[in-house]
Design a protein around this ligand. Sequence first.
Ligand SMILES: [Zn+2]
Length: 156
Amino acid sequence: MMAPTHEDPDFCRECGETVLSLDLTERQRLVANGSQMTVSAGARAARKDAKNALKERGYHLARNHIARHPGFTPFRRCDVAYVVLYPRRQPNADPDNFFPTLKPVVDGLTIGGLWPDDSSRYIRQRTFLQPRRTTGKTGLWRIEIHIIPIEGEEES
Ligand SMILES: [Zn+2]
């Protein structure tokens, strides 16, 4: 079986995935290196604010999804693909760099009740992908969270 490319969110949904999507501006991203890592108190405070804002957005993403799906039960066994759309095609982009941005979002999803927690007990595998798609908008990134439920496997 070919590895899924997650190029078409509608098709992913038809296949039983849940796809949540979050748009991010340059300022809303938390990068792993560069000026945000400076140790000044002001920079640390700004980073903490950005982190909390991301956590809150994750929380609302989860709550909105749950509100729109009556009878929703938290995911207990799934794989997750984090699909990072860049403003334009960037062959050298490293989607792993989105981990610092994503972590607070995922924490927010957990608090919002999407899964009991984001440990490997519930999330078997997580992948970062850069699709062929882009946002096509300068200064705009998008993270799509593709949740692929695993059928017929007990949590361990
Ligand atoms: Zn997908």
